[in-house]
Design a protein around this ligand. Structure first.
Ligand SMILES: Cc1cc2nc3c(=O)[nH]c(=O)nc-3n(C[C@H](O)[C@H](O)[C@H](O)COP(=O)(O)OP(=O)(O)OC[C@H]3O[C@@H](n4cnc5c(N)ncnc54)[C@H](O)[C@@H]3O)c2cc1C
Ligand code: SF4
Length: 446
């Protein structure tokens, strides 16, 4: 621990996002960068607690006190080496992780100003790339071949780990480029796709073989491999099959988000197939993070207005006694997208979509109440009869994803990431991919 009193004298300082009126006009990354001195000062605030709650909260078991100390002392290379031991891709988590560690930081409990672990992590890995601490390492091959199916963070982590252990790794990906939801879900303004390309290029130089536009039938895995990692995510979004679902203007969130990434990659779409919010009154159904990314994307496309509705009650503001520190707090979250402008409403069920000549003009919603379930478990929803029509010409359904039903696999097949857990987080997918790589190694090499 470099500076035992820093947390008393140095306040938390975030890099902050670019101002709203600037950032909503482009798709470039929103987050700014602190100068080197400020970054090291921020790292000095870490108290190296006897019980590192941050470390326990991080699904990867990142060693925040160790790399914060190295960062404070200006030893960026050591900080990188410590970070890389537990995290294959700090450049992804450093940008999009909700920072479970910071919620459980002791400085969050005591003064509500946790150490800026996520930003520190991002700064360390970016320095590692620019200072060339990272060079391709080609391992000696052990003669075993592994097929990874799906190139989201889980598949990439499994492939990276296995490759470094000497396995010959091929990755089959159904899309035209690698990254899974990192690329075709999370918008560019949160994670620039050049960051993914940089990592894929490194992995290719290290010997991982990527094959794109290759959909694997999971009932009949390709032959010729000693083991398989299934990391196919949660391809099926939760839909809302109500009256009017077929109207033009009602889309699944990923239809818009994935297409926007492809447009930025240079692909063109004809007017008929373009999912664009320009000039539209947008209604986002679903109050979670995917909903937020729809709002942010709609703003950048030039929408007229956005309303976001949620069927569940508004979460408590500030503190929630049901989720005390060091747990993840279930409280009202105001995301970057909400700051950009959005009407938010809770306790609304969508009854039907309304349209004219096959085109969406509004959605009929109805207030609901939630009552405790006498048998325990999920509360019971009651419709109140209070209905209204929200005028809109675009609806984005952001209601989560279904957990996939996978076939029964043989003992040499290992499932990782969202495909195993249901929709989750990038950090959990990376952790799960790493675990699958250990299972493969144990299975094949004992
Ligand atoms: C809009 C959105 C925003 C999000 N934002 C965040 C965030 O800010 N922070 C965060 O931590 N998490 C976020 N998440 C969640 C996070 O992206 C996922 O939890 C994570 O990407 C899951 O990783 P995965 O590798 O398991 O699956 P995925 O990323 O879904 O990757 C699965 C891959 O498998 C491929 N595939 C599927 N079937 C086949 C097949 N049969 N053959 C070949 N390939 C196949 C798919 O094309 C895809 O590339 C977000 C999710 C969404 C939808
Ligand atoms: S991956 Fe997430 S939880 Fe883990 S140290 Fe980084 S920001 Fe914290």
């Amino acid at each position: 621990m470099g500076n035992p009193r820093a947390f008393l004298s140095i306040p938390r300082k975030e890099a902050d996002l670019r101002p709203v009126n600037e950032r909503i006009h482009d798709f470039s990354e929103m987050e700014q960068i602190l100068n080197t001195n400020d970054r090291q000062q921020q790292a000095s605030r870490c108290m190296d607690c006897g019980v590192p709650f941050c470390h326990w909260a991080c699904p990867l078991g990142n060693k925040q006190p160790e790399w914060n100390d190295a960062l404070y002392k200006g030893d960026w290379e050591l900080a990188y080496k410590l970070l890389a031991k537990t995290n294959d891709f700090p450049e992804f988590t450093g940008r999009v992780c909700p920072a479970l560690c910071e919620k459980s930081c002791v400085l969050n409990l005591s003064i509500k100003e946790p150490v800026t672990c996520r930003e520190n992590e991002c700064a360390i890995i970016e320095r590692a790339f620019t200072e060339s601490y990272i060079v391709p390492e080609i391992p000696e091959r052990n003669g075993k071949r592994v097929l990874v199916i799906g190139s989201g963070p889980a598949g990439l982590a499994a492939a990276n780990q296995l490759n470094h252990k000497g396995f010959s790794v091929t990755v089959y990906e159904k899309d035209e480029a690698a990254g899974g939801l990192l690329r075709f879900g999370i918008p560019n303004f949160k994670l620039s796709k050049s960051v993914i390309d940089r990592r894929i290029s490194l992995m290719e130089q290290e010997g991982v073989n990527f094959v794109y536009n290759k959909t694997v039938d999971l009932e009949k895995l390709p032959e010729g491999y000693d083991a398989y990692v299934i990391s196919t995510g949660t391809p099926q979004a939760r839909d809302l099959k109500i009256e009017g679902r077929d109207l033009k203007g009602v889309y699944l969130a990923l239809e818009m988000l994935g297409q926007q990434t492809r447009v930025l990659m240079g692909e063109t779409f004809d007017k008929q197939n373009l999912v664009n919010a320009k000039g539209k009154k947008v209604l986002v159904i679903g109050g979670g993070d995917t909903g937020s990314d729809c709002i942010g994307t709609a703003h950048r496309q030039g929408c007229k207005s956005v309303t976001q509705i949620e069927i569940m009650p508004k979460p408590p503001v500030g503190e929630n006694p049901a989720t005390p520190w060091p747990n993840w707090p279930v409280v009202l979250k105001t995301s970057y997208a909400h700051e950009e402008g959005c009407e938010r409403r809770w306790l609304l069920n969508t009854n039907k979509f309304i349209g004219k000549n096959g085109v969406l003009t509004g959605a009929e919603v109805e207030e609901v109440e939630w009552e405790p379930n006498p048998e325990g478990g999920r509360p019971i929803m009651k419709l109140t009869g209070k209905k209204e029509v929200i005028e809109c010409d675009m609806v984005l359904l952001a209601m989560g994803f279904l957990k996939p039903q996978l076939p029964e696999f043989g003992p040499n097949v290992f499932v990782a990431g969202d495909a195993a857990s249901g929709a989750s987080l990038v950090v959990r997918a990376i952790a799960s991919g790493r675990k699958a790589s250990q299972d493969v190694e144990k299975y094949l090499l004992g």
